[in-house]
Design a binder for this molecule. Sequence first.
Ligand code: SF4
Length: 382
Amino acid sequence: MPGLYLHIPFCKQACHYCDFHFSTSLGLKSRLVDAIVRELELRQHYLGPAPTLDTIYFGGGTPSLLTAAELAQLFEAIHRHFPVSPGAEITLEANPDDLSAVALYALRHAGINRLSIGLQSFYEPHLRLMNRAHTAEESTTAVRRAQDAGFENLSIDLIYGVPAPGHHIWEADLANAFALGVPHVSAYALTIEPGTAFGHRLQKGTFRAAPEEFVATQFEALLAAMRAHGYEQYEISNFCQPGRESRHNANYWRGVPYLGLGPSAHSYDGRNRQATLANNPQYVSAVLERGEVPATVDVLTATDRANEYLLTALRTARGCDLAHLRTHLGVDLPATRPAYLAALQANGWARIQNEVLTLTDAGKLLADQITLELFQSPAVAP
Ligand code: SF4
C-alpha cells in the first residue's frame, strides 16, 4: 500500500553537515502548513483514486517544530482525502530539544505512533562541533521521556566518522544507544557536502574530514556491535530488532509508490518521479495564490528503472534479484558482466545465492563504487 511523506522545511539552527532543504526563519511556518493542506487537495489523485495509506512520514527539516494545532490541521486534511489503514505506521522525525512531556503527549494524541529522534551523538563536544541544537543530556532524556510517554516504536539517528583521536567516542555512543533499548537505529557516516558550513571550512582549510580508514573502522565496529546486540542490518545505514523495520523506508526501497508533499519533497507514482521546488516562499505563493504545485517530473527510462533498482537493492539485506532484473528490467548481469561478478565474489565483496546478489560486510564499504560499476548506460540499455 502506498505511503504519504510530508516535508516540514524548518529548523531552529543549521547543523554544520546538513544539506537537506530547510529554513531557519520560521515566520512562514503556518502559511506553509496551509500550503501543504492545499497541495494535498490538488494532488489527492496522484496515487489513483483514494488509496488506503499504510505509512505516513513527517520528515524535514524538523517536524517536531509543528504545533499541536498545525499537526491537527495536517491530520484533518489527510483523513479528509485518504483512508488510513488501522495499523498504519505514522512516523515523525523529532529533535531531542523539542520533546518535552507536553509535546510528546500532543504527538501521541495527534496520532503519531513512531518517532525518529535525531540525536546523532551522546558526546557534547561532537554535538557542538556539528552545531546541533540539543545537549548530550537531552539526547538521553528525550528517548527516556518518549518511552515514558508510551512511544515504544522508536528510532534514533547516530553519526559516525566524526574526526576525533581514537574510536572510544564512537564506541561510547554505541554503548549509550544500546542502553536505551530502542528497536531501530539509523547510523550515517559524516559526509562533507558542498554548501554546508563544514564544506566551506574544508575549502578554507579550517576543517579536516576523518580519513577513509578511520570511517571504515567505525563502520566495521558498528556492524559488529549491532550483530552482537541482535540487530539486523536491513539496509546499509539501518538496523533493527527482528521485525522492527521502518515500513515507510522499506517501501521506498521496494519501489512502492508514494506521494510527497511540501517543498523539496519527492513523489513516485510507479512510473515517474516528481520533485517539488525546494524554495519555501515560492512554494507557498504558487500553491496558495495560483493553485499550482511547482515541480519537475522525471520520466523514468528503462535504464533509469534498472539503475534505481540496482542502487536500492544492493544496499538492502534482500539484495539484488538477478532474475527480477533480467525478466522485468531487461538487464542480464550474469550474461553481460560475468567477469565483474566473478571478481566481486573472488574478492569477498559479494555473494550470489539462488540468483540473488548481496554485498558482504567488506562489500558494503564499497557499495557506491560497486553500484556505479554495475550501472547501465543508456547506450547499452534495451
Ligand atoms: S535539524 Fe536535521 S534537517 Fe535541520 S539542519 Fe539539523 S540535520 Fe538538517
